[in-house]
Design a protein around this ligand. Structure first.
Ligand code: ZN
Length: 153
């Protein structure tokens, strides 16, 4: 095998590419997003074998591999089970930092959703606090149809 870098300094350049693309969310995620957009309902799927409700919905139970055929609406309110605070700006962030990202276990769900926590300062966030979804006024069928979660007062 020849050494292609013999007597050559390997040069590495940074660049950026923009690749527009579309993808189908699938039947399970599509139904979830349509209910968010059109009804402001947060729906999960339930495993009939181990009785867990998954939000976001899972087509198949990741624990026992049973198809999750039952849909259930869960509450738009839940408990903050963990969080982090992003303080460094990145182009991919939806807004200017600091941004609080939280894992929210909605009432009626056995799993948590990741979303932004807002309307409070990062130093006031507490694990275990109750939070409520604030739906966007213009919903498009994405996770940001929930604009963010805010503390329940
Ligand atoms: Zn199961």
């Amino acid at each position: 095998m020849s050494d292609i870098f013999q007597n050559v300094e390997p040069m590495v350049h940074e660049s950026r590419i923009s690749v527009p693309y579309h993808w189908w969310a699938g039947d399970t995620a599509s139904r979830f997003f349509i209910d968010l957009r059109d009804s402001q309902k947060i729906m999960g799927t339930r495993c009939s074998k181990c009785s867990k409700t998954y939000v976001p919905p899972r087509k198949t139970c990741p624990t026992c591999f049973t198809p999750n055929d039952e849909w259930r609406e869960v509450a738009s309110q839940g408990t903050l089970i963990s969080y982090t605070v992003v303080r460094r700006h990145q182009a991919s962030l939806p807004k200017k930092p600091p941004i609080i990202y939280g894992l929210i276990q909605l009432e009626g769900a056995d799993t948590a959703v990741l979303h932004i926590i807002d309307e409070l300062k990062p130093e006031d966030v507490k694990i275990g606090m109750k939070v409520q979804a604030k739906f966007s006024s213009q919903r498009k069928g994405t996770m940001f149809d929930i604009e963010y979660f805010r503390p329940v007062h």
